[in-house]
Design a protein around this ligand. Structure first.
Ligand code: AP5
Length: 372
């Protein structure tokens, strides 16, 4: 009898230990690679406006820009619109929140670096990102209020006017802080938006160098045509480090034009050219990924290329496309951090973007309906 009991106890203990060990190994193997994201944290102030508003503030339709002095009143006037909403934004923070949401990891895998003020907008941004599981490595400045972005909606189109404010105050001191060093040292994937090139190119290079030192990958988004057109010198300094390059089709065309590329009739051709011909100091193969709205997402390395279909979403289901590109990268990164193949990463990116365009700004339901 005693022997039987002993046997039962050992087999119970052993089988549970094995299953515990297997669960542990599985969860460790399926834990996404730690990822560092840096950008400008901005609160999106969003409202539908009429054509007179665009004319009054000299805002180009369907474009992104930085606020000028003569546009300073745009935020107060947007806030007076009856339908105004406040949604956490800032391109890289959108990506961070979506990546964390898609991956649904047991613990945070994204660390986000940026600068806010200790004010109401800064608290909204921090609380919402932390609720979504992002580790916020923020600098708090007293020099300016938290940044915001005017999202001027006209039909399904939106125009963005960013007031970087505190985001512009990101300091070398914070970049050298133990918190940022820890986030850099603990990561293998590093994603910065092109918008970071308007703050200080040295911070971008610092992250790119950390990526090389860690044997990780440095990823960048071109983010907006004005980055390529007016921050070309900074972009040129950083491009050699870029292992993975993202953009939409408009930015891809502006890239081709700026670098005077001929014989690139399609966005897929521009992707191949960017993969092969842009200067590169890495040891791997640069990957280029371009989205094209509801048209297929295209990707290329120096040796291979491919495209991934997008499931079209009916116009009446689209709330606004704000954050679509950011959400695509969020989904892509979540899958990439789980070592999925490029086609799957694009599929997951397209799924994430499809969800976000059916919601107000960059917001999403509690759980994704797809796992990477
Ligand atoms: P915004 O430019 O609106 O967002 P985005 O993420 O770039 O999205 P877009 O709508 O521009 O999409 P896209 O053109 O990049 O991609 P595509 O159309 O190919 O920027 C939003 C944020 O930027 C705001 O929160 C703001 O705060 C921030 N911001 C502004 N200035 C800033 C600054 N200076 N610094 C920091 N942040 C700043 O679409 C992508 C994917 O979407 C497609 O691949 C597809 O999967 C999907 N998709 C699109 N259309 C459809 C469709 N019709 N049917 C199905 N899927 C679709």
């Amino acid at each position: 009898m005693h022997l039987q009991l002993l046997f039962f106890f050992f087999s119970f203990f052993f089988s549970n230990s094995v299953s515990y060990l297997l669960t542990l190994i599985h969860s460790l193997m399926s834990a996404p690679t730690k990822t560092y994201i840096q950008c400008n944290p901005l609160l999106d102030i969003s409202a539908a406006v009429d054509d007179a508003f665009f004319v009054k503030y000299k805002v180009s339709k369907a474009a992104a820009s930085l606020v000028t002095e003569e546009q300073a009143g745009i935020y107060a006037e947007l806030e007076q619109q009856p339908n105004v909403t406040y949604v956490p934004g800032g391109s890289g923070l959108n990506t961070a929140r979506v990546a964390q949401w898609i991956a649904q990891p047991k613990e945070e895998f994204i660390s986000y670096v940026g600068c806010v003020a200790d004010d109401k907008y800064g608290k909204i941004l921090k609380d919402s990102a932390e609720k979504d599981g992002v580790k916020m490595v923020l600098e708090h400045t007293t020099k300016a209020p938290t940044g915001s972005c005017a999202v001027c909606i006209s039909g399904k189109e939106r125009s963005l006017v960013a007031n970087l404010a505190a985001a512009n105050c990101l300091s070398q001191e914070h970049m050298n802080s133990p918190e940022v060093a820890k986030a850099l040292e603990g990561s293998k994937l590093f994603y910065l938006t092109g918008f970071t090139l308007t703050i200080d190119v040295n911070y971008v290079i610092q992250v790119a160098e950390a990526a090389r030192k860690a044997g990780g990958l440095f990823m960048m988004n071109l983010s907006a045509p004005f980055i390529i057109q007016f921050f070309t010198e900074n972009l040129n300094k950083v491009l050699p480090y870029v292992d993975v390059l993202f953009s939409n089709d408009d930015e891809a065309s502006v890239l081709a034009k700026t670098f005077q590329w001929e014989d690139v009739p399609t966005v897929a051709d521009i992707a191949k050219k960017a993969a092969k011909d842009l200067p590169y100091n890495g040891t791997g193969k640069r990957l280029v990924v371009f989205t094209q709205g509801s048209n297929p997402t295209v990707w290329a390395t120096s040796e291979e290329s491919g495209s991934v279909e997008v499931t079209p979403i009916a116009t009446d289901k689209i709330v606004d496309t704000n954050g679509a590109g950011d959400a695509f990268v969020g989904g892509f990164l979540a899958a990439y951090a789980l070592q999925k193949p490029v086609n799957r990463c694009c599929e997951v990116g397209n799924y994430a973007a499809g969800v976000i365009i059916q919601h107000d700004g960059c917001t999403f339901p509690e759980k994704p309906a797809l796992s990477p």
